[in-house]
Design a protein around this ligand. Structure first.
Ligand code: C5P
Length: 408
């Protein structure tokens, strides 16, 4: 499932040097599955031609409010009813001011006034304009009215200055736009997610852990919320904020992760195990800090480890088990190892991560190979947010199939 599959996006383009980025944005929106129609302000046509955006969107581009031929094809009120979202990118300071005043003096402003769809603005302007009290007041007013602002970010501006006013990148615009649409794919379903590493204490100051940042699991939890699920997130020690509307349970060790998952699993229909749980933990915990003087240079320090229980495999063996999705980080024979794990652990789905050569861990981007009995999907390199949404789409489809099979 693409991020904006089947969504209708009306893209407004204002007069700003960032208007050249709108051409790529039209293509990226379409690649994300959206149908796009473009409306430009008169000033925007000085920066980029309507013909370019017409060719890329596959639809005529509208500019004027009073255009008899265009009105005959689709009247402006009809056009205001058409989209699932209105995105204005770039949005200029002047356009924001006109919108704050509720004006309808050009087609784009009139559409924003008439539409009942959510309106999002991606501002682009000089830092002085962005920081000006008049612009701040306009933004506050529009925010209170429910208009969403995507960016801007700080950086080099076309005017030669540095500061806030740069339009955010297309991928972030699309992520934020997708988040405006609550999907109902997992409405009423309770999803349990585990994330992050575990820490296994050796003595009061030392521990064994791994490189998991928790980013993928947290993104999965956020994507499940977006899909309408009730979400509980069991997290190992990570430095990440809790996603909105997620119930978070913090744990440190594999033993605590085991207890928390076993306690919460019965109340959830889906369990996504994204945590990198320690497979081996110290056999004994030293109550006092181990002194290096106690160990000889020749013999070194031998730490005995014992195997920790496999949470997923144990859940899989239960009669009443949630739909189980495992993660596998592999450095070699990625597909074969992942496939063997799917079967050995009796999982409903596995997301395999190639972590050879430093890939996967603690990165913002990732790619996944997803396998389930009888099927597979490759999720191409993308931000973890987008990837998590795609994975949740696959999980929702498989879960529905599984659920329908078991209830008919
Ligand atoms: O066998 P491996 O550790 O590679 O399997 C990874 C999957 O198993 C992940 O989904 C992880 O959360 C889960 N796991 C577990 N309990 C363990 C170790 C791994 O649930 N003790």
């Amino acid at each position: 499932m693409k991020q904006l599959s089947g969504k209708r996006v009306l893209l407004g383009v204002c007069g700003s040097i960032a208007a050249y980025k709108s051409a790529e944005l039209v293509r990226d929106l379409r690649d994300a599955g959206a149908e796009v129609r473009v409306v430009m302000t008169e000033a925007a046509t000085e920066f980029i031609t309507p013909l370019t955006l017409q060719a890329l969107s596959g639809h005529p581009v509208r500019t004027g409010l009073v255009d008899t031929a265009a009105e005959a094809a689709m009247g402006h009120i009809e056009l205001a009813r058409w989209p699932d979202a209105v995105l204005v990118a770039p949005a200029s300071a002047d356009f924001i001011a006109r919108l704050a005043q509720g004006r309808a003096d050009d087609l784009l402003a009139a559409l924003c006034l008439a539409t009942r769809a959510p309106v999002a603005l991606a501002p682009a302007m000089n830092a002085g304009m962005w920081e000006n009290a008049a612009t701040r007041a306009n933004i506050d007013k529009l925010t209170r009215q429910g208009v969403a602002f995507f960016g801007p970010v700080s950086g080099a501006l076309a005017c030669g200055e540095q500061g806030p006013g740069r339009m955010i990148d297309n991928r972030t615009i699309i992520d934020k736009l997708a988040a405006l649409f609550p999907s109902a794919a997992l409405q009423g379903v309770a999803v349990l997610v585990s994330a992050g590493p575990t820490r296994e204490a050796i003595d009061p100051v030392r521990y064994l852990s791994n490189r998991s940042s928790g980013k993928m699991g947290f993104a999965v939890a956020a994507a499940a919320v977006e899909a309408g699920a009730q979400v509980t997130l069991i997290s190992g020690p990570v430095a990440l904020p809790t996603p909105e509307r997620v119930k978070r349970v913090d744990v440190i060790s594999a033993a605590q992760m085991y207890r928390a998952v076993m306690e919460h699993a019965p109340a959830h229909q889906i369990f996504v195990a994204a945590a990198a749980v320690a497979d081996f933990v110290p056999q004994a915990f030293a109550q006092q800090k181990l002194k290096k003087e106690k160990f000889s240079a020749e013999d070194g320090f031998v730490l005995r480890l014992k195997q920790s229980p496999d949470i997923l495999a144990e859940l899989a063996g239960r009669e009443q088990r949630p739909f189980l999705v495992g993660f596998a980080a592999e450095t070699e024979s990625v597909e074969q190892n992942g496939c063997a794990k799917l079967q050995r652990k009796k999982l409903d789905m596995i997301a395999i991560n190639d972590v050879s050569e430093g890939r996967g861990f603690d990165r913002d981007e990732n790619e996944l190979l997803v396998l389930w009995p009888g099927g597979r999907a490759r999720l191409e390199l993308a931000g973890k947010g987008r990837l998590a949404r795609e994975l949740m789409g696959l999980i929702a489809d498989r879960y529905r199939e599984h659920y329908e099979k078991n209830t008919t």
